[in-house]
Unconditional design. Structure first.
Length: 224
């Protein structure tokens, strides 16, 4: 799934810089230059929010307080200066982290990615059962049938994990490759078909029904 980031700052140069960076790195980007606009953008369910404290209409602390009761995604404050009492106020308002201006855009990108990975691990910590006998433990990165682990290789499990968490959605080989191998990996999407063939063989040999369906001319989906 493409992560969605909301960038809220009244400095348009910073907004444009961050927007270009995160678009280049595969994010879906929402932008806002005021507190009111930031509140409206929350309706589009961002996965993470970069929020400037000093906004022209509603300060970032107030925005954070107002949206925290409705959203659970990480909120990172952007600020030009920070003292301990400011951090305490921010964390009390519901912030998860602080980024001090001026900042390294690469370091900010790494911090955003780390927060998203943490959210992903938290959201996939439990077993997900698809029928009586088949289960996927996302935290252990193992699929089971009738209580026995299936012999899936690392990339095979990652494909199964990606598709199963987006049940019913159709993804082409390129999108699956990007999600599993990464957009900057060397190689091409032709390996996806071979990995899916192997997954199907292993599931079939274990007696698992065919969850991965081919949508001709479009890609693959996990059957609901």
């Amino acid at each position: 799934m493409i992560p969605r980031i909301s960038i809220v700052d009244d400095e348009i140069d910073i907004v444009n810089l961050l927007k270009d960076y995160f678009l280049l790195n595969g994010y879906d980007v929402l932008t806002a230059v005021s507190g009111q606009e930031a509140l409206r953008k929350v309706e589009q369910k961002p996965d993470i929010i970069l929020l400037d404290i000093n906004l022209p209409d509603i300060d970032g602390l107030t925005v954070c307080q107002r949206i925290r009761q409705f959203v659970s995604c990480p909120i990172l404050f952007l600020t030009a200066k920070i003292e301990d009492r400011d951090k305490i106020s921010g964390f009390s308002a519901g912030a998860d982290d602080y980024v001090v201006k001026p900042f390294s855009i690469e370091a900010l990108g790494a911090r955003v990615a780390a927060h998203l990975r943490r959210e992903y691990r938290r959201s996939t910590a439990a077993h997900v059962h698809f029928d009586q006998d088949f289960a996927i433990d996302y935290s252990e990165r193992t699929a089971y049938f009738q209580g026995k682990p299936l012999p899936l290789a690392k990339k095979e499990f990652e494909i199964l994990s990606f598709l199963s968490q987006h049940s019913g959605q159709v993804f082409d080989k390129e999108r699956i490759y990007e999600a599993v191998w990464g957009w900057d990996s060397e190689g091409d999407s032709s390996v996806v078909a071979e990995h899916i063939r192997r997954i199907r063989v292993k599931l079939n040999a274990a007696g698992v029904r065919p969850y991965i369906e081919t949508v001709w001319g479009m890609g693959y989906k996990w059957a609901k």
